[in-house]
Design a protein around this ligand. Sequence first.
Ligand SMILES: O=C(O)C1=C[C@@H](OP(=O)(O)O)[C@@H](O)[C@H](O)C1
Ligand SMILES: C=C(OP(=O)(O)O)C(=O)O
Length: 429
Amino acid sequence: MGNISLTRAQNALRGTVAVPGDKSISHRAVMFGSIAKGTTTINNFLLGEDCLSTISCFRKLGVSIKQKDNTVAIEGKGFEGLSEPAEVLDVGNSGTTIRLMLGILANTPFHSVILGDSSIGKRPMKRVTGPLRQMGAKLDGREEGNLVPISIRGGSTKGITHTSAVASAQVKSAVLLAGLRAEGETTVIEPHKSRDHTERMLDSFGVKTVSSENSVTITGGQSLKAAHIEVPGDISSAAFFLVAGSIVPDSEITLKKVGLNPTRTGILDVLLAMGANITLSNESSDGKEPYADLTITFSSLKGTEISGDFIPRLIDEIPVIALAATQAEGTTIIKDAAELKVKETDRIDTVVRQLSAMGADIEATDDGMIIHGQTKLRGTQCDSFGDHRIGMMLAVASLIAEGETVISNSEATAVSYPGFYEELKKLQQ
Ligand SMILES: O=C(O)C1=C[C@@H](OP(=O)(O)O)[C@@H](O)[C@H](O)C1
Ligand SMILES: C=C(OP(=O)(O)O)C(=O)O
């Protein structure tokens, strides 16, 4: 597995970055196009390994998908166009692929087996297989259907009202997708609102859902009509540059066409509350998703507290927010974020261990972390542990660390951002 060796930034970070397409939106565009009737086209599709896994799984389900660079064309034949896969569906490292796909397969009258890599092998699936079983789908897997490999035989399902213990767009989307073909209404209630890309994109495909603050209802029997999807830049990828620009002296970075769906912009609210200097320009929207250019300049940061409703709006950005907090004056407290423990790694544990090794004053709590700033960081031997967001956070940390930072399993960043290290390097010239 690859090591990358990085050194402290010699110059300020300056330049413009077009961050790659949004991962959540790219997955959904392929999935919805695969169950819609007609030709769905996607522009600025994310060529990250996770989204390529989604394409590969739907091809195994018999869907014709043409992909050239970041444009994709899908010949959808509706749900009826999906056929029993001869091979195992391998989702690689992607939690979104497996959970949403299970929702779709709940209604397909054939047998499928799904698995993923060693990280997926540890991630809980009961949160999805539980409600899908309640709807009538036949699923099984290790630990009573909690862990892959999962086998599923879809069939006829009935609508349910599901109260999810966690705010999770993957759970919400899986149940709503099963609800598309279920008898009657299906409602998902969450403790906090999670990202709503599914609801927005279903609308583009001609399917109505009804949302209130923390619940969404879908009526079964609706079919999808092909659509054209323009994928905005991924704010979760932009987050690494937002923090890099804030902590490397004299920096100024512009990020083009970054998706600004309000269920995803917690990182902007938090960085602004910490004193970051971020301006928006060229605000617009394609279809249902708003976007804008973001410009970030270096500024001094102060600690903050992040909890409750904020957490789902920035869940994937917490590793890099923790890094920003090491450079902020005062204390940052992150709580209500126990979900971090069931991501690609236990992100409370990996963030705390890796940043501690670099000299940060950071401690783990049951549902988050406490960071005391400002600390000087020093380069050391680090590890992404195969978690793309940890790899990218450590690369940003290296920019302000004394000496050499070596990151093992550095290739993990290709899961959501192929070419990340090169882009970071370009800003230093
Ligand atoms: O629905 C999605 O596209 C995602 C939802 C989130 O996961 P949860 O639903 O588990 O919170 C997020 O962490 C993941 O990166 C993508
Ligand atoms: C948690 C993530 O993705 P997934 O759940 O799709 O593996 C992520 O991208 O940080």
